[in-house]
Design a protein around this ligand. Structure first.
Ligand code: GLC
Length: 517
């Protein structure tokens, strides 16, 4: 498949589109999205202009954590379809030039996985050591760790009299990556899907796989916090190198992008190794910032400074299935969501979009009686409305309530409106695809008035400038001379020449025909 002019691997110039399969589109009338539903919308995804899709887990699962509790890594859960439906999706995606990434969940399995059933069956079980079993301490759990979903990170097994570790739900026991058989088995999972033709993986909380076998207590002051946002252990890096070698056995630049939810760019850099660990690590910091120019500038600037020297390629996200959507976080303002799209799609690095952000979706308001997720994340997992009919293109009422205003915020309505946020995303993605500066160019901040962020992207002779007004008032913003023209804006503009003014919440991309010194 396509390599770009700079001969960089495909994923550096790519835009990834995350699909939460349960919520994308149902094809069979049970209210839960599935693989055939995704396949039926591949034309929509290709027309949007993204390069790859990442599917949140589609494997067999009791769904305690909606698929992040895997009970069979090499089969599809019947709610989503079967392997044949997956093969069709993969072939149809590839036919449209779209790559496919799967979610790989290495830290834990389902409590119903045959590995765990065998492991818990007896202390002498050959798979006992595949999970983290310990004796209790003073009648309680072996250490003071708490689970990311609340409560102790340990569950007692009455049959065998020991405790097993689960950094997430009790239904998600942690695998023991210190056991070489586990390493081999989980590498086998990667090979199964790589052999089937997938283009790579998003690796779930992958920083957790290396653990200190002494499992020391958390210091008292932070003992109430789970370790997910702070855990670091050198053993993870050796494991990541071994994982990476599996991908490198395959042709076609297969990708592994890791979820390391640590909010510090400096602490993410080691996960790139010396180009021999993860290809990319999500930088989630933007997801936790207010909509404020200085905060964005500081985060992006810091990542530039820390990642560039080691050729570590950034990966940016504003929304995903674990956090409130960014339009919700930005006071429900569509204007801000539009400006955020310009920024996200023009940063240096690979942007990952979360399906539905191109429609400017807000989180659904999920009444207590309909809440399903143990982590309180239902709102951003609401179903995608495809049209303006009461059923919004779904054959049955979906598993979660609709996001607000589905009669307006749906694909059909926005496809008919050239001023819609969907059109803006398409325009931005098209521009990006045709500009080496926007895909691969350097990033350099430009001076700009308070409340705004301006930067230049440059790749050889190709130069773009981006200016974004994070405030709700107009700003005089002279960063260019008359030779620059507006290539894209969040706002309707009658002419392409730029007068140096940004409307409230306006963001734009500028281009010039002149050679820029
Ligand atoms: C990751 C996933 C999240 C899941 C957790 C446990 O953070 O993104 O959805 O609950 O891991 O697998």
């Amino acid at each position: 498949m396509r390599r770009n002019g700079a001969d960089a691997p495909w994923w550096q110039s790519a835009v990834v589109y995350q699909i939460y399969p349960r919520s994308f589109l149902d094809s069979e009338g049970n209210g839960i999205g599935d693989l055939a539903g995704i396949t039926s919308k591949l034309d929509y995804i290709a027309a949007l202009g993204v390069d790859a899709i990442w599917l949140s887990p589609i494997y067999r699962s009791p769904m305690a954590d909606f698929g992040y509790d895997v009970s069979d890594h090499t089969d599809i859960d019947p709610v989503f379809g079967d392997l044949a439906a997956f093969d069709v999706l993969l072939a149809e995606a590839h036919r449209r030039g779209l790559r496919v990434l799967l979610d790989w969940v290495p830290n834990h399995t389902s409590r119903e996985h045959p590995w765990f059933l065998e492991s818990r069956s007896a202390r002498e079980s050959p798979k006992r050591d595949w999970y983290v079993w310990r004796d209790g301490r003073d009648g309680g759990p072996p250490n003071n760790w708490v689970s990311a979903f609340g409560g102790p990170a340990w569950t007692h097994d009455a049959e065998t009299g020991q405790w097993y570790l689960h950094l997430f739900l009790p239904q998600q026991p942690d695998l023991n990556w210190a056991n070489p058989e586990v390493v081999e088995a989980m590498q086998g999972v990667l090979r199964f899907w790589l052999d089937r033709g997938v283009d790579g993986f998003r690796a779930d909380v992958v920083h957790l796989i290396g653990k200190d076998e002494a499992l020391p207590d958390q210091p008292e002051e932070i003992a109430h916090l789970d370790i997910v946002a702070s855990h670091e252990h050198p053993r993870t890096h050796e494991l990541l190198r071994r994982i990476r070698r599996v991908l490198d056995e395959y042709d076609g630049d297969r990708l592994i992008v890791g979820e390391v939810p640590i909010l510090s760019a400096a602490r993410l850099v080691p996960y790139y190794g010396h180009g021999d660990e993860l290809h990319m690590v999500f930088n989630f910091i933007l997801m936790h910032l207010p909509w404020a120019a200085e905060a964005f500038a500081a985060t992006v600037g810091e990542a530039e400074e820390l990642l560039s020297p080691s050729n570590a390629w950034p990966c940016w996200v504003l929304s995903n299935h674990d956090q409130p959507r960014h339009r919700t976080r930005y006071g429900a303002s569509e204007a801000r969501a539009r400006a955020a799209a310009v920024v996200l799609l023009t940063l240096r690095g690979t942007p990952v979009l979360y399906a539905g952000e191109e429609l400017g979706l807000l989180d659904a308001d999920v009444p207590p009686a309909r809440q399903l997720d143990p982590g309180g994340r239902d709102g951003s997992r609401a179903p995608l409305p495809w049209d303006s009919t009461p059923a919004h293109g779904w054959p049955a009422s979906p598993w979660l309530p609709w996001p607000p205003e589905p009669g307006l915020r749906n694909v059909e309505t926005q496809e008919a409106d050239p001023e819609s946020i969907l059109f803006l995303y398409r325009r931005l993605l098209r521009l990006r695809r045709h500009s080496a500066a926007l895909q691969l160019g350097s990033w350099h901040r430009l001076e700009s008035p308070q409340g705004t962020l301006a930067y230049e992207r440059r790749f050889r002779d190709d130069v773009r400038r981006v200016a974004a007004n994070f405030t709700d008032r107009a700003v005089e913003h002279v960063i260019v001379d008359a030779s620059w023209s507006v290539e894209a804006s969040t706002h309707a503009r009658s002419e392409s020449g730029w007068d140096g003014r940004l409307a409230p919440s306006e963001a734009l991309i500028l281009a010039t025909d002149h050679l820029v010194p």
